[in-house]
Design a protein around this ligand. Sequence first.
Ligand code: FE
Length: 518
Amino acid sequence: MKKHILFYLLFATPIFALAQSKNNSKQLTILYTNDLHAHVNPQQLDWISTTHKIGGFANIATLVKNEKIANTNTVYFDAGDYFTGPYISSLTKGAAVIDVMNHMSIDAACIGNHEFDHGWQNVPTQLIKAKFPVLNGNIFVKQTKQLLWNHPYKIIVKNGIRIGVIGLHGQFAFYDTISDEMIQGVEARDEEKYLQQYINELKNKTDLIVLLIHEGIPGRQSSKGITDVGRNLKKDIELAQKISGVDVIVTGHAHQGTPDALESNGTIIVSTDALGMQLGKLTITYDQQKDKIIAYQNKLNYIYDDEVIDDSATKAAINKWENQLSVITQQKICVTPVKLFRSYGEESLLGNMVADAMLFAHPTCDFALVNSGGLRQDIDAGTITLGNLISAFPFPNTNILVDMKGQDVLALFEHAASLTNGILQVSKGVVLTYNEQSPVGNRVVSLTINGQPIQPNQTYKIITSNFMADGGDGYFAFKKAVFRKNTQEIILDAMAAYLKTFSSYSPSLEGRIKKVDN
Ligand code: FE
């Protein structure tokens, strides 16, 4: 039933009257994606369809190439976060993803926060291998005038239209979602200032300005899809209000699709729901005499695997890497009779497993905490392989021991209950009750640790990830820790060691996180 609603939304999108071809008007089609997150293969996303697999880079490549053959006035842009998702990215530090993307007929892409998941030095190391233009104009080598990746914009000419394509990263999103130690040598500078500068440099040389940007609030990773928490593109709307002169923004990071394009201060804003679920298609009519877009039409087309033939070159590149990595990824860890799923607002079997594994590695701690956003893919019932674990938690994060006062622990849980960055996933021994209807900062109804209500002045021993301990995802209260030690143990290893103690891992929900209403 859900599919039919989506189908209706897709094709019921109001079609803006496209001007009949006049002498002065020219058409341009912009295909777009964002937040592909290395989902090179089509996947089952039950909230979209229980019968069709969706997405896949080889399908996207076919659709792009077919569109370009049918209509040569077509470009394909991506708004960043192609790294980090299934193991193919983490095991190769993104190299495999770039290699696959080289076959997808991309005209330009910007850099997203997840391109930094293997450190800032790895960014140019991998991007140099890209055969398509990658653009960023506001991430600098610290305290220098040197851009980390010295390609802020590119001019592309299609159908006689000169398109200035600019790539930027939102400063807030950069520091909100990247582990401190991954960006020690770089800094993101004010995107508004640089956007204005690049518009000034481009305006006399171009007809249209297209901005590829990765900004705003992070995307929600969850088993329950878009219904978990409201999401929006507020940051993009505000940016367009502040800086005039951008014709089109293709945005990423929020994982918020735009079946109807947004308009702000004359700027058209578009995005997809991420993970390669859809290929966006924005068709614009540009009037040369008026020097503006006079009409447009936007569609978010869902990509159903059984309706598209794989692009052979893209598929061959995926197969090559998967075969190469299979020695690692096919290692059997244990079996599970249940699906280990994620959740952004509730207790989840995957979150419980990761937190319990961290606590298992450090049994003298009181409890373990992991961010919901760190969990990237459910693990299906059946055999759990090392590849499944890497895809579920694709970060090279380490276990960190922290001692914290109860009052600061409470602050962590208040931030969690705000759901800005998702609820905390907790180990055995923690029971949180929260009320989503209460004001932010006052949502925790009760919090018990090993059966006892949390005491503000008591010190608790916690195990968490380096990302969290650095205040990632807005968990700044970790910075008040009275003790901190990096164990240098990779969390992924802790997960594998823990699961190997089970011949069959069969967890159930235990009521660790409870939601109450007014
Ligand atoms: Fe992102």
